[in-house]
Design a protein around this ligand. Structure first.
Ligand SMILES: *Cc1c(COP(=O)(O)O)cnc(C)c1O
Length: 414
C-alpha cells in the first residue's frame, strides 16, 4: 500500500535536497557541553541552548541518579491517575517561587505546555493577539483553540496599520489589534509572545506589552524558553529583565534549555488558571508524567539558581566579551544583551553560500556554529547564530573570536 506514498515522498525529499533545504543532522559522540566530540574530533560548541552549562553538570547528574534510585525510572501513568509523586509537587512549588507566580503545572515539554494553554481558556467569543514571529508551538497551540486571532508585526507596539514593503500586505501594531479586538466585543483578550526571540536574540518589550494589556483589559502570556534561568538580574526571565515580575498572567517555559537541558516544561501563573489546566489541559490529562530523574535534576537546577547568580553572571560576562570583541573585529552583529549573537552576512555578495562556507571553515578551526539561511530567516538576513554559555571559559570565547577573525579574513569579510 505504501507504493504511491513512497514515490511521492522520494520526490519531495529529493526536491528538499535540490533546494538545499534537507536537514542534515550532525552526530555528537560525547555528552553535551562546551567541548564536544564530532567525527572523532574535539570541537567547541557554540550552538547549544545550554545557556548555563548545566546539561552535563555533575550535581545534576548526581541528582538524576538519586531520582532513579529513590523514585524509579518512570511512573507509567498520567498525573491524575497515579503519576503524581511528592517530587512533582516540590518541583512545581520551586518553579513558582523562581518565576514569582502562584502555581505551576508540569508538562513533558514546553511544546506540550503551549499546546495546552490556550484551548481551555479561550473560545469563540475571545481574542488572541500574537506576535508574528512567535515560536511554532505557540502558533500550533493557538490553532487548537477557537478564539479569534490578531497577528501583530514583530515587536510592533503601535496603534497603526502599515504595509509590508515586500508583500504589500497590511501590518498591524499590537495596540491596533487590541483596539480591533475591543471593537469586536471580545470577552477575554490574551496577548501571546515569546520572551526572547531565538533568531535575532531580541527581547519582547514586556513593560510596554503589560501597559497596553492594562489599558485594553487583556491578559499576557509569555513563553520564556530562551530566557528562564538567565535573563534579568537574578535570572528569573524577561519579566525580571523588563521590570514587570508579578504582572504576567501566564508564563510557559522549558526545562530543555538553560534549566538543565533534559526535557520537560510548564505553565506557571494565577492559581485559578493552573487549577483549570490540571482539569482541562489535554497534553496534561492524556500524556505521561515527567520521569523522576528529570524532576530531581530540575529541582537541583532551581536550588542552584536560587542560591546564587554565579552562572547567569558568568554567561552575561561571556556574552559581553564576545559581543564586544566581534564588533571591534568588524563583524556585523545584531546588538543586544542576549547570549544569542547573530553574525549577519547580508551585506556581502552571495551571502547564503558565504555563511555556509564560513560555518564549515569554523568547524575545521574546531568551532561548531550553524549557518541559517532562507527560508529559516528572511532573504538577505543570512547569518551564523552563536550561542554563548556559562559552560564556556574565557579561553573558549577567546579561541572562538580568533577563529572568526581568521576565517573572516580568509573570506575577505573583515
Ligand atoms: C524550544 C522552545 C520550545 C519547545 O520547548 P521543548 O520543551 O523543547 O518542547 C517552546 N517555545 C520556545 C520559544 C522555544 O524556544
Amino acid at each position: 500500500m505504501f507504493g504511491k506514498m513512497k514515490e511521492f515522498l522520494t520526490a519531495e525529499l529529493q526536491s528538499l535536497t535540490d533546494q538545499k533545504l534537507y536537514k542534515h543532522e550532525r552526530i555528537i559522540e560525547s555528552s553535551q557541553g562546551a567541548e564536544i566530540i564530532v567525527k572523532g574530533r574535539k570541537v567547541l560548541n557554540f550552538c547549544a541552548n545550554n545557556y548555563l552549562g548545566l546539561s552535563s553538570h555533575p550535581d545534576l547528574i548526581k541528582a538524576a541518579h538519586e531520582g532513579i534510585d529513590e523514585r524509579g525510572y518512570g511512573l507509567s501513568s498520567v498525573r491524575f491517575i497515579c503519576g503524581t509523586q511528592d517530587i512533582h509537587k516540590i518541583l512545581e512549588k520551586k518553579v513558582s517561587e523562581f518565576l514569582g507566580t502562584d502555581d505551576t503545572i508540569l508538562f513533558s515539554s514546553c511544546f506540550d505546555a503551549n499546546g495546552a494553554v490556550f484551548e481551555p481558556l479561550l473560545g469563540e467569543q475571545d481574542a488572541i493577539i500574537t506576535d508574528a514571529l512567535n515560536h511554532a508551538s505557540i502558533i500550533d497551540g493557538i490553532r487548537l483553540c477557537k478564539a479569534q486571532r490578531w497577528i501583530y508585526s514583530h515587536g510592533n507596539m503601535s496603534n497603526e496599520i502599515g504595509l509590508d514593503p515586500a508583500t504589500g500586505k497590511e501590518l498591524k501594531g499590537l495596540e491596533r489589534c487590541l483596539i480591533e479586538a475591543n471593537n469586536a466585543g471580545c470577552r477575554f483578550k490574551m496577548i501571546a509572545t515569546d520572551g526572547c526571540f531565538s533568531m535575532d536574540g531580541d527581547i519582547a518589550k514586556l513593560d510596554k506589552i503589560v501597559e497596553l494589556a492594562d489599558k485594553y483589559d487583556a491578559l499576557v502570556m509569555v513563553d520564556e524558553s530562551h530566557a528562564s534561568g538567565f535573563m534579568g538580574k537574578t535570572g528569573r526571565g524577561t519579566h525580571e529583565y523588563r521590570g514587570v515580575m508579578g504582572k504576567i498572567d501566564v508564563i510557559t517555559t522549558t526545562f530543555g534549555k538553560a534549566l538543565g537541558g533534559a526535557s520537560g516544561g510548564c505553565i506557571s501563573g494565577h492559581k485559578e488558571i493552573i487549577d483549570w489546566m490540571r482539569n482541562k489541559g489535554r497534553p496534561y490529562l492524556f500524556s505521561n508524567t515527567v520521569p523522576p530523574a528529570t524532576v530531581y535534576g530540575t529541582i537541583k537546577v532551581m536550588d542552584i539558581l536560587m542560591a546564587s547568580t554565579f552562572l547567569r553572571d558568568k554567561l552575561e560576562t561571556n556574552t559581553k566579551i564576545f559581543r564586544t570583541a566581534m564588533t571591534e573585529a568588524g563583524f556585523d552583529i545584531i546588538p543586544g544583551d542576549h547570549p544569542i549573537v547573530p553574525i549577519m552576512f547580508g551585506k556581502y555578495p552571495n551571502c547564503s553560500q558565504l555563511a555556509v562556507d564560513f560555518a564549515n571553515k569554523m568547524l575545521e578551526e574546531g568551532i561548531y556554529v550553524i549557518a541559517f539561511s532562507f527560508p529559516v530567516v528572511p532573504r538577505g538576513k543570512d547569518r551564523i547564530r552563536v550561542q554563548l554559555s556559562a559552560g564556556h571559559d574565557p579561553e573558549h570565547v577567546d579561541i572562538a573570536v580568533k577563529a572568526f577573525i581568521k576565517v573572516g579574513k580568509e573570506l575577505n569579510m573583515i
